[in-house]
Design a protein around this ligand. Structure first.
Ligand code: MN
Length: 256
């Protein structure tokens, strides 16, 4: 079995190295990751300049020394170039992460981590995106152990075409995680989204941030599961169209 590993925090990110070490115990792994952090780039790809690839020795302590490919592109670029040019064979699975910070609810549209998993399903490959609900002093242990468990299951059972798992892990020691919930992505909103500041020339600028609000308090949602100490696994498909509206809108008889 051969797993392609990528992320959006970049080739130097600890979460990537922990994931590569853990999955390296159960499969051959190839790491293809952005040369620098590309969080929140969504599904962007690079078409107006060349992609460059450099070998990087990864500080993976367990097992064999591991070399990764650092790409001057986005997470989606990494999956594309990994599968189409670098690996020499199609991987059995693509795993993206382990991201520093959660990717919950509607935020998955902005996420480079999740977009790498989406790129994999576009290429016809099963995939998993994994994130930890913390930004500071992150302990990736529980997320790494669960990634290995889930990857092993996906390799054994497969996934229906066009689907992947979005996984979010609460930031707590392994033994304090309450279990696993299969969830749906909730709606995420933010309060006080833009902070207005003044630059050195007296001109206003805006910084996007804000406090998260989870208006959806259904225990079936990913956010609530993580808040309550459960690992959240959301099966996601990218079949975006609204089937039951097709006939209704045809009845409008739209013409030029
Ligand atoms: Mn990130």
């Amino acid at each position: 079995m051969h797993i392609l590993i990528t992320n959006d925090d970049g080739i130097l990110a600890a979460g990537l190295h922990v994931l590569a070490a853990e999955l390296g115990e159960v499969a051959d792994v190839t790491v293809v990751a952005p040369e620098r952090e590309r969080s929140a780039v969504g599904h962007a790809i690079t078409v107006h300049k060349p992609l460059r690839v450099n070998d990087v020795a990864l500080p993976v302590t367990a097992g064999e020394p591991l070399t990764g490919y650092a790409v001057n592109g986005t997470p989606s670029d990494c999956v594309k170039i990994g599968v189409e040019a670098l690996m020499g064979e199609r991987p059995d699975l693509v795993v993206s992460g382990i991201n520093r910070g959660p990717n919950l609810g509607t935020d998955i549209f902005y996420s480079g981590t999740v977009s790498a998993a989406v790129e994999a399903i576009i290429l016809g490959l099963p995939s998993i995106a994994v994130s930890v609900d913390a930004f500071e002093n992150v302990d990736y242990r529980a997320a790494a152990v669960f990634s290995r468990t889930l990857a092993t299951k996906v390799l054994a059972h497969g996934l229906p075409p066009g689907t992947f798992f979005n996984v979010n892990v609460p930031h707590r020691p392994l033994e304090e995680i309450k279990g696993v919930r299969i969830t749906r992505p909730g709606v995420r909103r933010y309060r006080d989204v833009f902070e207005q500041r003044t630059d050195l020339k007296g001109k206003a600028y805006y910084w996007l941030g804000g406090d998260v609000l989870d208006p959806d308090d259904d225990p079936e949602t990913d956010s609530v599961a993580v808040k309550e100490g459960f690992i959240s696994v959301s099966p996601i498909q990218f079949d975006l169209y609204k089937k039951d509206l097709i006939e209704a809108v045809r009845a409008w008889n739209l013409t030029l």
